[in-house]
Design a protein around this ligand. Sequence first.
Ligand code: FPP
Length: 287
Amino acid sequence: MNSERRESIKTTAPKHPGTKDHSIQQQLARSGEIPTHIAIIMDGNGRWAKKRGLPRIAGHSEGVESVRDTVEACGQLGVKYLTLYAFSTENWKRPQEEVSMLMRLLMRALRDETDKLHRNNVRVHTIGETSSLPREVQDELCDAIERTKSNTGLNLLLALSYSGRWDITRAVRAMALDVRSGVLQPDAIDERRISEYLSTANVPDPDLLIRTSGEFRISNFLLWQLAYSEIVISDSFWPEFRRDELYRAITAFQQRERRFGMVSEQLKQGKTKRTVLSRLLKSVSGT
Ligand code: FPP
């Protein structure tokens, strides 16, 4: 996210889901923490199409439906950030025809969906080397980013021409230049500072990484940022992935114990201290 897209980001109430869906969402909110940031490796479009004797692009096209449903459900659940791995640096090596069709699909999806994203209070961002995308795609992206820049709901980060190593390389280069010009002191380089040089500056690290199609790989996605993310692998191909699968992934996330290198007992103690403290604060403030 560039600097003008790094302003403080608030989240407000979501749109209106159907009654049954609404009650599932309420249940999820009651059963545990809703991840602040979900990152998704959308995999299996080609295999989904092949299984049906369809061209690969049909899988990508159906994948857009999954994007639509997932984005909507995340907004309704109050997820604050959703990062989608839509096109990796390595994807440029695919046959030229598939790359062109993917670009056209992306352009059409942005053109068709930006109004709805805006109505649903979604703010669009990109991470990746977007300058290498075709001009028309860049234009649609700029338009979507510009039109949604005041929205306060879900932040949708589209990873385009993105890879984790590209992100880290770019950050290291920028830091080296800043050290050379005296803006950055080598002693001041710590984990927080490195995060600030990445394309996800000011975005909290993903709590949950979902990968579809049953593969167990990170595939050069958010390499630095995924350090403590919980990983949920779905056996569904991406075009089959809809909100019910998202809810299952969040439920699995809620059942995990995130220890961040500590032991279980420390977490329980921390939780007790926080509960006592918040009770104390409530009694003092009278709320
Ligand atoms: C992986 O499936 C999917 C992609 C490389 C592209 C994902 C793009 C979309 C879902 C469409 C556009 C996105 C947005 C954000 C509107 P694969 O082709 O690698 O499948 P395979 O592993 O079965 O071959």
